[in-house]
Write a protein that binds this ligand. Structure first.
Ligand code: ADP
Ligand code: MG
Length: 610
């Protein structure tokens, strides 16, 4: 028991755990082994070197065991052991101190190393930042180097271009030199041309003056032509009558109509009366008529128009013109006025319109500007109907003839269509035809019992000279002139017949009264003359076609027509006679006025006396 407590009081040795933490662990093991060895050695006497003391021990092994009574020896042994342990403890402590010193040294070294590591780390993070910056720089560098290569390419391109440009510049310089040479040549040419131009300008100036003079002359010539044309027309007669004989359907001419070959102004209607007894030869009665012109069955539409075209010219010159077609139904009135579609068979209306448009265009060169307005009206039973109406039949308006303050006549609600081309006029004629055909029934050939009046209103302005002209060209296809036995006509037919008879006879009266220069002209007695009032009389030109049917059964009607036309013609001749007398008086008075005499004799010989 004592032994154990003594052992516990001894300084503690490092444990196996503490030995593991320090390198000195191995040092501590030695003494523990050594304890056992020294325990034997501790038996050596105090003050003796253990090595020396060991010898007596080994000598006295058998004697190391103290006798139970040798307490002193045992105490000595114990004291040796204690001393041994103390020495050992001291060396262990020394060793521990040394280890402690080396530990603190190691610890300071560790903290120094940690500091160093920390420094290294901060250095590394610095380097990392720098590295990052450097990678940016590297990217920049790469970009710059790619830019550089691009720019180098550009540069080489530009260099090539520059070379090309240089060659171009060289060639252009040579060209420039050549052009400079040319320019100097052309400059000298230009100076030459400029002087020529000045000459030409002077020439142009004098030519312009000449043109202006000639325009003036042309205008006065045109006015003179108008005057002379009108004189000729007046000398020919302001009222003229032409006769046109339609060919037989089979062609040629029947015997009862004779056209003397010697002149184109006479027509003879021969009636053979058979002897009732048969013993005497048949007798023949001739009716002679003469007119301003007689056209046989062979006369073409063109020939007919040649005569009328002079009147159309008058219309353009500012004179009113009326052309009538008179005759029984089927005698060729519509054929004469409208004709058929084909060129050769076209009648007076389309030809007149064509001439008017052409002349208008020609006169435009002399500063004339024309406007043409067309109207087409039908007079049936003394009622007016618009043949150019295109609206609903139920809304067809009524018309009234009104006389304006300017003495012009106008029709209310009538279509007045501005026309610019011949085709347009052809279109209007077609509209008129359609309007007429809708009005007639199979029992009622209305067109033969109505008058159709085509009017072309002409207005010319010569702005530069402040001259105007205004006229109307009237082309009238009259109702059939055949008379019916009163007993045969009843109701509507009687009314129609009366209307036609009275208007036709009134037309005859109006024309003869005009020819006779009567003070009162009965225009108002019929719608036809009232409508045409402004276009008849005064300086107006009137032409009446009397159309004749050649068939022998039309003899009576033909005779009537020729008699009617004769009356008009006679009145016109009477007027002409008066004019001749006036002219001869003038001639006598103007003996010394050479020009007037020459002009008059020229007209008389050329147009009137021939
Ligand atoms: P109106 O108008 O006087 O009743 P039209 O002009 O209708 O008569 O003529 C009757 C017929 O005779 C028509 O078929 C027409 O073509 C024909 N005709 C009239 N005059 C001539 C002529 N000069 N040459 C040939 N045919 C004609
Ligand atoms: Mg007809």
């Amino acid at each position: 028991m004592l032994f154990c407590s003594e052992v516990h009081d001894l300084p503690s040795f490092p444990t196996a755990e503490s030995n593991r933490t320090a390198g000195a662990a191995t040092v501590a093991v030695g003494p523990s082994r050594g304890v056992l060895k020294r325990s034997t050695a501790s038996a050596a006497p105090r003050g003796v070197n253990p090595k020396q003391a060991a010898v007596p021990k080994t000598v006295g092994v058998g004697a190391s065991r103290r006798k139970p009574w040798d307490l002193k020896g045992k105490v000595n042994d114990m004291e040796d052991k204690i001393r041994n342990f103390q020495t050992k403890a001291r060396s262990v402590n020394e060793e521990m101190e040394a280890l402690k010193g080396s530990l603190s040294h190691s610890q300071s070294r560790v903290s120094q190393l940690e500091k160093e590591v920390e420094q290294q780390r901060s250095q590394i993070s610095k380097y990392e930042i720098e590295l990052q910056a450097l990678s940016h720089v590297r990217q920049e560098l790469e970009k710059v180097s790619s830019d550089k290569s691009f720019l180098q390419k550009e540069l080489s391109n530009l260099e090539e271009k520059y070379k090309v440009m240089e060659t171009l510049r060289d060639s252009q310089e040579t060209e420039l030199q050549a052009l400079k040479m040319k320019l100097s040549v052309q400059e000298s040419t230009m100076t030459r041309l400029q002087s020529t131009l000045r000459d030409r300008e002077e020439e142009v100036h004098s030519l312009k003056e000449m043109v202006a003079e000639q325009k003036e002359e042309l205008h006065s010539g045109e006015m003179e032509r108008r005057r002379l044309h009108n004189t000729i027309q007046e000398l020919k007669g302001n009222i003229r009558v032409f006769c046109r004989v339609r060919p037989l359907v089979s062609g040629g001419l029947s015997k009862h109509i004779q056209l003397p070959a010697s002149d184109d102004k006479s027509i003879v209607l021969a009636k053979t009366e058979e002897s009732h007894t048969g013993k005497v030869a048949d007798t023949q009665k001739n009716y002679n008529f003469s007119f301003d012109r007689v056209f046989g069955p062979q006369a073409s539409q063109q020939e007919i128009f040649e005569e009328i075209s002079l009147l159309v010219q008058s219309a353009l010159d500012g004179y009113n013109v009326c052309v009538f077609a008179y005759g029984q139904t089927g005698s060729g009135k519509t054929y004469t006025m409208e004709g058929e579609e084909y060129d050769d068979t076209r009648g007076v209306i389309p030809r007149a319109v064509q001439q008017v448009f052409k002349a208008g265009q020609k006169l435009a060169a002399q500063g004339w500007e024309f406007t043409f307005t067309a109207s087409f009206v039908e007079i049936y039973n003394e009622t007016l109907r618009d043949l150019l109406y295109t609206g609903k039949a139920s809304k067809r308006p009524e018309h009234e003839i009104r006389k304006m303050a300017s003495n012009e006549v106008t029709v209310t609600n009538l279509t007045y269509e501005k026309v610019y081309t011949e085709d347009q006029v052809q279109g209007l004629i077609a509209v008129a035809k359609r309007n007429r055909s809708t009005a007639q029934t199979s029992q009622n050939d209305r067109s033969s019992r109505s008058h159709s009046v085509f009017q072309l209103h002409i207005e010319g302005v010569n702005g530069g000279r402040d001259v105007t002209c205004k006229s109307t060209l009237c082309l009238v296809d009259l109702a059939g002139s055949e008379r019916m036995m009163k007993s045969q006509s009843q109701g509507d037919r009687f009314k129609e017949m009366t209307a036609i008879n009275s208007s036709l006879s009134n037309l005859g009266i109006v024309i003869t009264s005009l020819a006779n220069k009567e003070s009162h002209i009965p225009y108002r007695n019929s719608k036809l003359t009232y409508l045409l009032q402004g276009c008849l009389g005064g300086n107006s030109k009137t032409l009446m076609f009397v159309n004749i049917s050649p068939e022998s059964d039309s003899f009576g009607e033909t005779l009537n027509s020729l008699r009617f036309a004769s009356k008009v013609s006679d009145a016109s001749s009477c007027l002409m006679q008066k004019k001749f007398n006036a002219i001869s008086v003038l001639r006598k008075k103007a003996k010394n006025k050479y020009i007037l005499t020459v002009n008059l004799s020229m007209f008389l010989s050329e147009y009137v006396l021939s």
